[in-house]
Design a protein around this ligand. Structure first.
Ligand SMILES: Nc1nc2c(c(=O)[nH]1)N[C@H]1C(S)=C(S)[C@@H](COP(=O)(O)O)O[C@H]1N2
Ligand SMILES: [Mo]
Length: 321
């Protein structure tokens, strides 16, 4: 059973396809974006009071030690974490990503780490996996206005960057997803500047919270969550947490992400979660936690302000959205 009854979902992809169609008709090839639509109320059914308690290890999940994040907020259920996804390389239908990506083969895999580094290197996945397998429970806040609490496993990106020795000229890190439309059919969709790309400032990339996730819910990452490895940057909107990374490049210029290229008025480079800076088309003041009814307040830096606010001292956070 899908974790989220489809009857309760505004079909965002349909909305956007219709909007694109209208825009195409009106304005030739000038298209605007999606990424994100704000309005779908998403809830899971509330179990009857006498229903049996959910099993601690849901079918399909591996071993996870924690049951909540550091704020005491419980893990989002396994079925939602692995069944309600954003991954435009496969489909814009969140509940169809898992099925559409089911046959994606993520091995062999390697990651090129290059640019302004003393020791550029191509890492085989096997070597990357040796860098660590810590459990990290992070909130994920999508710019669309929904959120989850997800038990990732992996290691801090700074461990990988240390191996290539960034030079003093390196100021930013650019990440790129696999570019292969025979394996990722959504890349045939012409509206985006494939491959998906993202970027961080070097100090953001070196922050201990910035995770290379190689697993979720005690299992290796399934395709829909970004197999075999992806970023998890918990204080930024979810689109920064790029999936299926094949290349990491140190650079002296601010990278342009896929979303910045698609809609520069809507998606900035920093994309720090900020309840006081609304998206041009919807409020960011609150969010729907998947599995809960009602909405909860969005926290500054997604609740990681103590850890990361100092990265942005002196910056106008409104301007630098
Ligand atoms: N390559 C790639 N990475 C991506 C996306 C995508 O479409 N393609 N979607 C982003 C968005 S908008 C979100 S909210 C998160 C969702 O991660 P999840 O499906 O594991 O919850 O992945 C991000 N990483
Ligand atoms: Mo997102």
């Amino acid at each position: 059973m899908p974790p989220i009854p489809s009857s309760e979902i505004t079909p965002e992809a349909l909305f956007w396809n219709r909007r694109r169609f209208i825009q195409t008709a009106l304005a030739g090839a000038a298209l605007t974006l999606p990424g994100c639509a704000a309005t779908s109320p998403v809830t899971t059914a509330t179990p009857a009071p006498d229903a049996p308690a959910a099993p601690t290890a849901p079918a399909g999940a591996g071993k996870v030690t924690g049951t909540s994040d550091e704020l005491g907020q419980p893990l989002t259920e396994f079925a939602a974490v692995t069944g309600y996804n954003n991954y435009y390389e496969f489909t814009t239908d969140k509940q169809a990503v898992a099925a559409t990506a089911a046959n994606f083969v993520a091995s062999p895999w390697s990651v090129q780490v290059d640019g302004l580094v003393a020791k550029p290197r191509q890492f085989a996945l096997e070597d990357i996996l040796k860098l660590g397998n810590e459990e990290r429970i992070y909130r994920l806040r999508c710019v669309e206005g929904w959120s989850m609490v997800i038990p990732w496993s992996g290691f801090s990106l700074n461990k990988l960057l240390a191996l290539v020795e960034p030079t003093s000229a390196a100021k930013y890190v650019r990440f790129e997803t696999l570019n292969d439309s025979s394996r990722m059919p959504g890349q045939k969709e012409p509206w985006y500047t494939w491959p998906y790309a993202e970027g961080l400032r070097l100090d953001e990339a070196m922050h201990d919270l910035t995770l290379i996730a190689t697993g979720v819910y005690g299992n290796p990452l399934p395709a829909q969550n970004g197999a075999p490895l992806r970023l998890a940057v918990p204080w930024k909107y979810g689109f920064k947490s790029i999936k299926a990374i094949v290349r990491i490049t140190l650079t002296d210029t601010q990278p342009t992400s896929l979303w910045m290229a698609a809609a520069p008025d809507e998606y900035g480079f920093y994309a720090n979660v900020n309840p006081r800076v609304d998206h041009p088309r919807w409020s960011q003041a609150d969010e729907r936690r998947i599995g809960e009814s009602g909405r909860r307040e969005t926290l500054m830096f997604n609740g990681y302000d103590k850890q990361v606010a100092s990265l942005y001292t002196g910056m106008d956070l409104r301007k630098f959205y």
